[in-house]
Design a protein around this ligand. Structure first.
Ligand code: SAM
Length: 240
C-alpha cells in the first residue's frame, strides 16, 4: 500500500502557539516545507506527516527561553528550523539564519520573502567564519553538532552574558557532561538544562543553555581559526 505523505491538519495547540498574524505564516511555512522543501531535498518526504509536531511545534517552544528584543542567530538553520519559526512567533526579535549550503540559503531567502518576515535575514556561511564579524545576544541550534563543537562555534558569536540554546532532547545531560573541556576553553559562565514546552509538546523539549563569558581582545572567545589581521583562514581562501 502506498504511504501517504500529506501535510496533516495542524493540532489544536498550534492555534494557541501561533496566535494572531503568526497563524497564517505558520501555515504557509508548513506548506513551503511540505512542498518545495521536500521536492528540493531539504526535508525527507516521511517528515511531512510530522511537520507540525516534530518540527514547527518543537521549534516554537524554544521561544520560551528567548528573552525579549534580542538579536538571535540560528546556527545551521537548514530549512529554517528553528529560526524561521522563531521569527514568525516573535516579531520582537531579529533572527539571522546562518547556513553554509547554497541550496538551503536559496530556500531560506524564498521563505523570508514569501512569509514577509521583516525581522529575519539569511547569512550564508559557517559559524566559524562569522566569528569576529558579527555579535548576537542568543545563538540557537538544532541537530547541527555535538555540544562541545557547538560551544566552539557559538561562544565567539555571543556578547558577554549572551546565551547558547542548544536543542538537544534525550541526550542533553550526557552531552553537557561530556562538554566540560569545551566549556572551560570557551570561557562559558554557566551551563544548565532547561525544559520548554510543558503541556504543549509531548515530550517537552530539552535545551542546553550556556551563558557566554567575557569577550577577548579581538572579540574572540575560542573556537575561531584566525590568521594575521584577525581574519578567518577559510574566509580569506574563499575570497580569492
Ligand atoms: C541536520 S541539519 C539541521 C537543520 C535544522 N537546524 C533542523 O533542525 O532541521 C544541520 C545543518 O547545519 C549546517 N551546518 C553544518 N556545519 C555548519 C557550520 N559549521 N556552521 C553553520 N552551519 C553548519 C548544515 O549545512 C545543515 O543545514
Amino acid at each position: 500500500m502506498a504511504e501517504t505523505n500529506e501535510l496533516p491538519d495542524a493540532p489544536a495547540v498550534a492555534r494557541e502557539i501561533f496566535s494572531g498574524d503568526a497563524w497564517a505564516k505558520a501555515q504557509a511555512y508548513a506548506e513551503l516545507l511540505a512542498g518545495p522543501g521536500v521536492v528540493r531535498g531539504l526535508l525527507g518526504p516521511r517528515e511531512v506527516p510530522r511537520i507540525w509536531d516534530r518540527h514547527l511545534l518543537n521549534c516554537a517552544v524554544v521561544a520560551e527561553a528567548v528573552p525579549e528584543g534580542v538579536r538571535l542567530v540560528d546556527i545551521g538553520s537548514g530549512a529554517g528550523l528553528p529560526g524561521i519559526v522563531l521569527a514568525i512567533i516573535r516579531p520582537d526579535i531579529t533572527v539571522t539564519l546562518l547556513e553554509p549550503l547554497l541550496r538551503r540559503t536559496v530556500f531560506l531567502e524564498e521563505c523570508v520573502e514569501a512569509l514577509k518576515l521583516d525581522n529575519a535575514e539569511v547569512l550564508r556561511g559557517r559559524a566559524e567564519e562569522v566569528a569576529g564579524t558579527r555579535l548576537f545576544d542568543v545563538a540557537c541550534a538544532r541537530a547541527v553538532a555535538p555540544l562541545d563543537r557547538l560551544l566552539l562555534w557559538s561562544m565567539p558569536l555571543l556578547v558577554e552574558g549572551g546565551r547558547l540554546l542548544a536543542v538537544k532532547g534525550e541526550r542533553a545531560a550526557e552531552e553537557l557532561e561530556a562538554a566540560g573541556d569545551a566549556l572551560r576553553k570557551t570561557g562559558a559562565r554557566r551551563a544548565e538544562l532547561v525544559t520548554v514546552g510543558r503541556g504543549k509538546v509531548d515530550p517537552p523539549a530539552t535545551l542546553v543553555r550556556v551563558f557566554a563569558g567575557r569577550t577577548g581582545p579581538a572579540g574572540e572567545r575560542g573556537g575561531g581559526r584566525r590568521g594575521p589581521g584577525g581574519q578567518d583562514k577559510r574566509r580569506r581562501k574563499r575570497r580569492r
